[in-house]
Design a protein around this ligand. Structure first.
Ligand SMILES: [Zn+2]
Length: 305
């Protein structure tokens, strides 16, 4: 008879994709998959989770250890009340007050916890990635949007789900309109989508933010101006965060972190120029890439058992 291996199901429900894995106690991923997010997930989050888990279990090669599901962690975007396991609001996925933990737990028949994708991503970076050993960290994924998660004194700051909306800090009161209804939010200036939009409006060319960064480095004046504005706004928001929280580490994640030193080098200089007496934070790239949320779901599940 094959030996059994206790695993948790880790599920990261994104706006477009679901990333999932079976994760053992030492954070080995026994099986993993990515699939499109079903458009009606708000109506059947439990059934979707059950399908994903059964596909994961089917994908475990035979002949080795047999996985035994002992728990589940699900992370979702938007406003999330971790304490109740409820997705308060996701505009993209179309839910309000969705009992994620209860629905998924009932469908799987194992203890289930729900969390916020970005806070869980920071938890994973703290346990397994670039934030190990750092109790005071801000994690800033910069992609289509901009998010934020805070860990202070080794504890995630949730504030009932309301904490961390760094993307909606006003970076320029006369700046462009933001999707939230505000004006000049950081996200409307420094996200990949904003950089692409701004460059396209000046050049007529629709290229990725990474290409804008590369053109800026090659001396394209329009790309240089767009990139400099994005970096400057991000630096101001980070410097403000450092002043308020005293974080010692700023982790940049998301799609734009893939630009590496084209983003990090000018951002470090700009943050450094803005700070005076404050503790100088290290500014590093996150380590876990687009698996951070899923691994964070596994951390939540194991820590709850
Ligand atoms: Zn906004």
């Amino acid at each position: 008879m094959a030996d059994t291996l206790e695993v948790v199901a880790a599920i990261d429900v994104g706006g477009t994709r679901v990333k999932a894995a079976l994760v053992d106690r030492s954070f080995g991923q026994v099986a993993r998959l990515t699939c499109p997010t079903p458009p009606d997930i708000a109506q059947r989050v439990g059934a979707v989770a059950a399908d994903v888990v059964s596909e994961l279990l089917d994908g475990v090669p035979g002949g080795g250890v047999r996985p035994m599901l002992v728990g589940c962690g699900v992370v979702v975007p938007g406003l999330v009340d971790e304490r109740r396991g409820v997705g308060r609001l996701s505009v993209n996925l179309g839910w309000r007050d969705l009992p994620v933990a209860e629905s998924v737990g009932a469908a799987l028949g194992v203890p289930t916890v729900a969390g916020h994708d970005v806070r869980a991503g920071l938890l994973a970076e703290a346990r397994l990635g670039a934030a190990r050993g750092a109790p005071d960290v801000v994690f800033v994924p910069v992609g289509t949007g901009i998010a934020g998660a805070l860990m202070l004194d080794g504890r995630l700051v949730a504030a009932g789900g309301w904490a961390g909306e760094l993307g909606h800090v006003v970076a320029d009161p006369r700046g462009p309109r933001c999707g939230c209804g505000g004006r000049g939010c950081l996200e409307a200036i420094s996200s990949a989508a904003a950089v692409e939009r701004e460059y396209a409006s000046g050049s007529g060319q629709r290229v990725s933010a990474e290409v804008v960064a590369a053109r800026a480095a090659d001396g394209d004046p329009l790309a240089g101006a767009v990139w400099a504005r994005a970096v400057d706004a991000l630096a101001r928001a980070i410097a403000t965060t450092v002043s308020i929280t005293g974080v010692e580490l700023v982790l940049i994640g998301g799609g734009l972190a893939e630009s590496g030193d084209m983003l990090l080098a000018p951002l470090r200089r700009a943050v450094d120029d803005l700070l005076t007496f404050q503790r100088r934070p290290r500014l590093e790239r996150a380590a876990l890439g687009d698996r951070a949320g899923c691994l964070g779901a596994a951390c939540l599940a194991w820590e709850a058992l």
